[in-house]
Design a protein around this ligand. Structure first.
Ligand code: F6R
Length: 636
């Protein structure tokens, strides 16, 4: 186990650094890798890098490419990739070989013969020998100096799924259900995701001299806590990294948020109590003691490392009341403000009584999942609501949905809608291409129309007039594919134009804490850039910015600044709205215990949030949608 650096990190069994964002993390790691390669060049030696694929290392590779453009040569570098999907040819758009070519290899001067990625097409009866040979090649190169790894939500490293043993070697493995589900978008449906992969083993990975694990986004936070702070277990293969003498984790804030030092910092040392941390501590205590806030006693605090909080506030009694009131004040049935009411303790001002509201949805369905009930209320309470879909979401429409639409249009005798190639040709394309081949531009456009139709139908259920539904079709999405999007000034301009034309009093966004290369993550970055550009606009200081939740996890009450309760009838409307995004249903059921469909998850999350409020001693609602105030404009 590495020597512990600070008291705050005492629970962490892998040395971990948490950065403000992934940019900062990859800059530090990129520069360390660059320095290592240069040092080896000076010694006339080779540098052997172990590489990973997936969303996580994309930014690191961009940083290495930047360093190369600034003069770093990779001539003395040898690389070995962790894994490859079994059955995919190297030029398949989703193969890891192809990924590496596009993301790194073709942009640097690494000699092609020095780049190794397992061959996914190796005959079944030769797999054993091939894998042994892959290991022999690593040994021949002198072993891996620096191994980059990401982590899957199952806790896998490489494709070593739960159950993989500590001494496992390079081999053929079956992919876990959750892993295949996470890859479903890349392959246009889970059914198309290969079932097997070749992967280095845990034993192979642990032989690297240095291991650097990268992770971004809140979806990784829980599994990282298990891997970094939990026991070593085959149930979380990444936990085996604890036994490596030079393993480090590079995390962004969202990925590190479940570590003890952030989740319950009072357990690891003295803390400076501010209002946010106090609320977090009291709600945590109530949950831990399974008591409503108003029933917490002094001894509950003192027995749970929270004595210092009592010293600052006097007694449990006054603190409990203060936090109870704070929580109470987050709840409102008036997301646009309650006209003519005293708004001193309300999250939204009463004035103006009728507000202009913009809701930004990264893809169709995101806003509906996060806030359909709230949209319904805003519309009913007469606010001028505009729902803007930033992207068409056409990449996630399976061919089968397109075929259904072709069949309908054929029945109607529609053969040439404007700006689309002949329908028969598009239909033929869906029949001809392999399910995971890329769609032509026209087919993508057609699939985008399907999502528009679904979005309109779902908006109508919420009472939104169709002329208030905007499809921005931002160029970054139209040009790109999942994990490979690059956004730019045109995208930002489009959002700025929307804002400036509507001069909103409220803007709702999502994607804080999302993987930065995901569509919500990118949407959040570019909306933030757009808001910065709007800072001098006259409407800006009077505008409130709210972040709505995704399906990732229920937000704990201390993170919620506005809670909109849904009645049973409103929840039913929300679900009805969500069902209309039928192209987004998964093709196969998930597990018995975990609901797989987006609408089932949304329902579970909204119900779970209501339950949390109830357990804290607040009113008992059917479901609750949650929002965080974003700094800027009216929120200071
Ligand atoms: C990829 C690999 C996997 C990924 C992991 C995280 O070569 O070995 O273990 O690192 O699945 O994937 P992303 O980065 O896409 O979240």
């Amino acid at each position: 186990m590495p020597s512990l650096t600070t008291e705050a990190e005492q629970f962490e069994k892998i040395r971990t650094k948490v950065f403000v964002n992934s940019e900062a993390a990859v800059r530090e790691l990129g520069s360390a890798i660059g320095a290592f390669i240069r040092q080896r060049q000076a010694e006339n030696r080779r540098a052997v890098l172990g590489l990973a694929t997936g969303s996580t290392p994309v930014r690191l590779y961009q940083e290495l490419i930047r360093l190369h453009r600034d003069g770093l040569s990779f001539q003395n570098v040898i690389t070995f990739n962790l894994d490859e999907y079994y059955g995919l040819p190297p030029d398949h758009p989703e193969s890891y070989r192809h990924f590496m070519e596009v993301q790194l290899f073709r942009h640097i001067d690494l000699p092609p013969a020095q780049a190794h990625v397992p061959n996914g097409l190796i005959e079944r009866n030769q797999v054993f020998e091939y894998c042994a040979n892959y290991e022999a090649q690593i040994a021949e190169a002198g072993g891996i100096d620096i191994q980059i790894v990401g982590i899957g939500r199952t806790g896998h490293i490489g494709f070593n799924e739960p159950g993989s043993s500590l001494d496992s070697r390079t081999r053929l493995v079956a992919l876990d259900r959750l892993t295949r589900r996470d890859a479903a978008r890349d392959f246009r449906g889970e059914a198309n995701v290969p079932a097997y992969a070749l992967t280095m083993g845990i034993g192979t990975i642990l032989e690297a001299r240095q291991i650097r694990l990268l992770a971004w986004g809140e979806s990784k936070a829980l599994v990282l806590r298990s891997a970094i702070e939990g026991p070593e277990t085959t149930a979380v293969p990444a936990s085996f990294l604890q036994r490596h003498s030079d393993c480090r984790c590079y995390l962004d804030h969202a990925a590190g948020s479940e570590l003890t030092r952030f989740r319950t910092p009072w357990k690891v040392g003295p803390v400076k109590w501010d209002p946010g941390l106090t609320r977090k501590a009291v709600t945590w205590l109530a949950e831990t003691r399974e008591k409503p806030v108003l029933r917490l006693r002094d001894e509950d605090y003192t027995e749970n490392a929270l004595a210092s909080l009592l010293v600052e506030t006097g007694s449990a009694y006054s603190l409990n009341i203060r936090i109870f009131n704070e929580l109470q004040h987050t709840i409102t049935g008036w997301p646009g403000g309650k006209p003519n009411a005293d708004d001193t303790n309300r999250p939204v001002p009463a004035e103006p009584p009728f507000k202009r509201v913009i809701i930004l949805s990264p893809e169709p369905l995101d806003a509906e999942i996060g806030m359909a009930g709230t949209i319904h209320r805003l519309v009913n309470q007469q606010h001028e609501v505009t729902l803007a879909y930033l992207t068409s979401g056409n990449l996630s429409v399976p061919d089968s949905e397109a075929r259904m639409a072709f069949s309908l249009l054929n029945e109607l005798g529609v053969s040439k809608p404007d700006s689309l190639a002949h329908l028969d040709q598009l239909a033929a394309e869906t029949n001809r291409k392999a399910p995971f081949d890329e769609d032509s531009r026209e087919l993508r456009q057609f699939k985008g129309l399907i999502r528009r139709a679904e979005a309109r139908a779902s908006c109508q259920i919420l009472g939104l007039a169709l002329d208030r539904v905007r499809f921005l079709d931002l160029p970054f999405y139209q040009r790109g594919r999942y994990r490979q999007f690059r956004w730019g000034s045109e995208d930002v301009k489009s959002v700025v134009n929307l804002m400036c034309s509507l001069e909103p009093h409220q803007v709702y966004v999502t994607g804080v804490g999302a993987d930065p290369s995901s569509v919500p993550g990118i949407a959040y970055q570019l909306v933030s850039a757009a808001l910065e550009n709007c800072g001098k606009e006259p409407w800006f200081p009077n505008c409130q910015f709210w972040v709505y939740a995704s399906n990732e996890r229920p937000w704990p009450p201390h993170e919620i600044d506005m809670a909109i309760p849904l009645s049973p009838a409103e929840l039913a409307i929300k679900l009805d709205c969500l069902y209309h995004h039928r192209s987004q249903r998964s093709q196969t059921p998930f597990t018995e215990t975990q609901a797989g469909e987006g609408w089932q998850q949304a329902e579970q999350i909204n119900r779970a949030t209501a339950r949390q409020y109830d357990l804290l001693g607040l009113a008992e609602y059917e479901a609750v949608e949650s929002f965080r105030a974003q700094k800027g404009g009216r929120n200071r």
